[in-house]
Design a protein around this ligand. Structure first.
Ligand SMILES: Cc1cc2nc3c(=O)[nH]c(=O)nc-3n(C[C@H](O)[C@H](O)[C@H](O)COP(=O)(O)O)c2cc1C
Length: 185
């Protein structure tokens, strides 16, 4: 059954939080989804930067939940990704979801690096400014996040089989937890 997540009523405890972030509109905070499979099955674009310089990449690892009394989104970015540089340099990021017809585009954005291609030109997506960050016109839902926390997933703290399977060759992931500031339809 689809679960409604982040159904926060503006005006409750979340009110002070979005005002402090410099967001001037009342945030929309409703997102109806199958929470356990939205990343895994649907995929998403993780984007950071501003209109002059940004990068985006496909993600299928992530989560939505609650931490420190705030609605949060968590994403995992290998240090080798070009997007990692933008996640480090910016205080906000977006996670955006797309209709099925964009699956092929997400496949390309998840197999080539912004270091080697003009992702905007080659994907055909149209950049759209949000408060503090960037998403795309074609998104059906965008989650705007303010970075709260970042930490490397350290192999010594994992089950050995996970460390071997995922980090023998490839770079480690950094985990980013962002406060959900707005859910943009
Ligand atoms: C379906 C799919 C899901 C992916 N999920 C992630 C992910 O959660 N984290 C990650 O670091 N890379 C993930 N990737 C890989 C990046 O999207 C890919 O390496 C991309 O080319 C990086 O682009 P960039 O170098 O421009 O940042 C995924 C790729 C695909 C196709």
């Amino acid at each position: 059954m689809p679960a409604r997540v982040c159904g926060i009523m503006p005006g409750s405890y979340f009110f002070g939080s979005w005002q402090k972030c410099g967001v001037t509109r009342k945030p929309k905070m409703e997102f109806t989804t199958d929470i356990l499979s939205v990343f895994d099955k649907k995929w998403a674009l993780l984007t950071a930067g501003d209109k002059d310089k940004f990068n985006t990449m496909t993600i299928s690892w992530g989560g939505l939940g609650t931490l420190w009394g705030k609605p949060v989104a968590t994403v995992y970015v290998r240090k080798s990704r070009y997007t990692h540089d933008f996640m480090e340099d910016n205080d906000y990021f977006t996670v955006s979801f797309y209709p099925e017809e964009y699956r092929k585009v997400l496949g390309v954005l998840g197999s080539k690096s912004g270091r080697d291609m003009d992702k905007m030109h080659d994907s055909g997506l149209t950049a759209r400014e949000t408060d503090h960050s960037i998403t795309f016109e074609e998104a059906e839902t965008t989650i705007l996040c303010r970075k709260l926390f970042c930490q490397e997933l350290q192999t010594e703290n994992m089950l050995p089989e996970i460390a071997t399977a995922f980090y023998s060759v490839d770079a480690k992931h950094d985990m980013y937890i962002g406060e959900i500031i707005e859910i943009i339809p």
